[in-house]
Design a protein around this ligand. Structure first.
Ligand SMILES: [Zn+2]
Length: 399
């Protein structure tokens, strides 16, 4: 009995510690009494824990300028994480390239690097990634690197960092996190890159995030992880957030990802769109695109570039945007998140954004436009890498 009781006390302490750290990270600079009130613990409990973290150098104090001055007393102090108390390296392996950075706890990038898309051979990919990341790890102040995060498309068992399906068939079943940890001699966390992008929005985007939001990312594939009460919904089998293979048009075009017909990815994923553009080219229906490509294969940037002068391509893109708007409406109707963050090159033209919002709003059930807010994410190369770094911060300092 004694042991059981002791264990549960330890668990409660660990839980309190995590909640306190997360609250300071989310709200800092913040007053101790506000933390105590919100977490439902006593002020002395908060004060003791905060004192320990100040001692460790994790936190910093600033005077509360907004607080009413107390007569002759010390000004009330606010506590926050010291940005340079810890650093994380993040890397995103994507179909179009590899981006990596070293950041402090608040997302200030200290250095960054980039490389080509990873090679198909697993061992070569490991070696290339380790070589790219080593200088970033070395640039972190001595003893303050929390670890390395690696994000990539596909199913990643987030607890163990094992790949289920990834960029390459031959990587399946490989323990990516362990293998890269061995290559770098640093702790490594691996997860799906879009889940990590959602963490970027939550922790490092510089904007407050609601507790419950969805992060829709359109690249070669499409995913939409959900942040529920400040935690990523993982699902029992690492498949939560795979909105891309929900079917919107039975009998529609074949999906390059799942092989079935009419799923969202078949209608709006970049791999499907460039494949269908190839069909237009072969049929002679896209002369402007043909002139631009001069024989090479198209990518999303090409389709967006010729949109205004190529009616067939404009139609293709409009239909894709319509499918995304429908999927987003389904999501709001089903889950009702406080926000939908929309990320992807298809959302860069203003005409696409307007169309997307129009379709979304036309298909809402019982919600006003204000109750289905959408934010378009900037098209920034480091978003995924910063998300991978956020994942490390979350699993170390905030765990
Ligand atoms: Zn599919």
């Amino acid at each position: 009995m004694q042991t059981e009781k002791g264990a549960s006390l330890v668990q409660i302490k660990a839980l309190n510690r995590r909640q306190l750290r997360r609250a300071i990270y989310r709200q800092g600079p913040v007053a101790r009494n506000r933390l105590a009130r919100e977490l439902g613990v006593s002020l002395p409990t908060v004060t003791t824990s905060v004192a320990a973290m100040l001692e460790e150098g994790l936190l910093t104090e600033t005077p509360d300028e907004a607080a009413p001055g107390s007569l002759g007393g010390r000004p009330a102090m606010l506590v926050d994480f010291r940005p340079e108390a810890g650093f994380a390296v993040g890397v995103e392996l994507g179909p179009y390239g590899t981006h990596a950075c070293l950041t402090d706890l608040r997302g200030t990038v200290r250095c960054q690097t980039q490389g080509p898309p990873p090679p198909a051979d697993y061992n070569q990919m490991l070696a290339d990634t380790a070589r790219l990341l080593e200088p970033l790890c070395a640039a972190a102040p001595e003893g303050r690197l929390l670890g390395v995060g690696i994000g990539l498309p596909g199913f990643v068992e987030s607890g163990r960092g094992v790949l289920r399906t990834g960029l390459q068939e031959s990587w399946t079943g490989r323990p990516l996190a362990d293998d890269l940890a061995q290559a770098l001699g640093r702790p490594v966390w691996a997860d799906n890159n879009v889940r990590m992008r959602a963490l970027w929005r939550d922790m490092l985007s510089g904007e407050p995030a609601p507790a419950t939001f969805a992060y829709l990312f359109v690249s070669k594939g499409i995913a939409c992880p959900l942040m529920i009460h400040n935690d990523l919904l993982a699902g029992a089998r690492a498949t939560a957030g795979e909105i891309g293979h929900t079917i919107l048009q039975p009998g529609g075009p074949v999906c390059p990802g799942c092989g079935r017909r009419g799923c969202l990815e078949a209608l709006a994923g970049e791999a499907a769109l460039t494949a269908r553009a190839a069909g237009l080219l072969a049929a002679g229906k896209a002369p402007a695109l043909a002139a631009r490509l001069a024989g090479r294969a198209s990518d999303m940037a090409d389709l967006l570039a010729v949109r205004d002068e190529e009616p067939a391509v404009a139609t293709l893109l409009d239909e894709a945007v319509d499918a995304l708007g429908l999927a987003a409406a389904n999501l709001f109707n089903f889950i009702g998140p406080d926000l939908l963050a929309a990320d992807g090159r298809i959302f860069t033209p203003a005409v696409h954004r307007e169309r997307f919002l129009q379709v979304l709003r036309a298909n809402l059930f019982g919600l006003s436009a204000q109750e289905a807010p959408v934010e378009f994410m900037p098209d920034a190369p480091l978003t995924g890498a910063l998300g991978a770094a956020a994942h490390v911060i979350r699993h170390t300092l905030l765990a």
